[in-house]
Design a protein around this ligand. Structure first.
Ligand code: ADP
Ligand code: MG
Length: 264
């Protein structure tokens, strides 16, 4: 009887201390420890381990959710043979996140459908699982959001949130030319991130054509200068994977023409 009372009290305390896993698992683990003759400290150790593990898992889920990735993509599902210009050892090295600790950037350049967003997402998800705070943005959405925040006078707050990140992913720089104000706001984000937050940029534009998007030559030069200082460049050259995939599906038994035939 007194045991029930102390259990109730214990649960109350665990709740107050915000230890939900200990709360839900304590009786089960206590019973197991009694059976296996584990001493008190051993029991406490098991409880703490469970709480820590769950806490890490919950934090990882939260990081993944707030990063807002468009899809779940991994390096394992990336076919490196289909994209020989992408260096596999370098990508594997990047998953270790040392570039984030060194505040280095990653630039993924190439035409549409060559796996840039896939690789950027895979690196972002990896960074999340290794405890980094990440946010994925399509550039056009980021610019819209920045302009809205400015109008609502919450730009400082939004920039404060961006400044807390370890990794900022800017997807699709170059598809839609930004307005002058949009380009300035984007440039501001890039220069604030410089040497403080790592940035991954995906773009279909070669460097010479960046000013078409950012408008001003001076702004483009400065943005490029900051992004490419200490940066890993990954070129995704070649045919669109989507197109290749679709063609392969349509003609499954015909031998492929052109460069595909020489693929080993
Ligand atoms: P991009 O951003 O360069 O336009 P995506 O990364 O969106 O291209 O790729 C288009 C689609 O093709 C996605 O579904 C992506 O997962 C897939 N894809 C592209 N390249 C590869 C690859 N080498 N291996 C596996 N899937 C790929
Ligand atoms: Mg893309």
């Amino acid at each position: 009887m007194s045991q029930t009372k102390s259990t109730v009290l214990l649960k109350h305390h665990l709740k107050a201390l915000k230890l939900p896993t200990m709360l839900s698992e304590c009786e089960k683990i206590a019973a197991r420890c009694a059976q296996e003759n584990v001493d008190h400290l051993g029991f406490l150790l098991q409880l703490c381990e469970q709480e820590l593990l769950d806490r890490e898992r919950r934090a990882a889920d939260r990081r993944l959710k707030t990063a807002k990735f468009p899809n779940h993509k991994t390096l394992e599902s990336f076919d490196f043979r289909a994209r020989p210009s992408v260096n596999r050892p370098m990508m594997t090295e990047l998953t270790r996140c040392e570039y984030i600790d060194k505040r280095e950037n990653v630039l993924l350049v190439g035409n549409p459908g060559t796996g840039k967003t896939h690789l950027a997402t895979a690196l972002g998800i990896e960074a999340c699982s290794r405890g980094r705070r990440v946010r994925f943005w399509r550039v056009t959405e980021l610019i819209t959001q920045l302009m809205e925040a400015r109008e609502e006078r919450i730009l400082t707050r939004m920039k404060g949130q961006l400044a807390k990140l370890d990794l900022l992913i800017l997807d699709e720089l170059g598809y839609v030319p930004a307005s002058k104000l949009g380009a300035e706001l984007l440039f501001d984000v890039i220069s604030t991130a410089y040497e403080r937050t790592s940035v991954i940029v995906t773009t279909n534009l070669s460097f010479e054509r960046w000013s078409e998007v950012l408008g001003c030559e001076r702004l483009t030069g400065a943005a490029l200068d900051r992004l490419t200082h200490r940066c890993h460049i990954i070129e995704c050259n070649g045919d669109s994977y989507r197109l290749k995939d679709a063609k392969r599906r349509r003609r499954p038994d015909k031998s492929p023409e052109g460069p595909e035939a020489s693929e080993t």
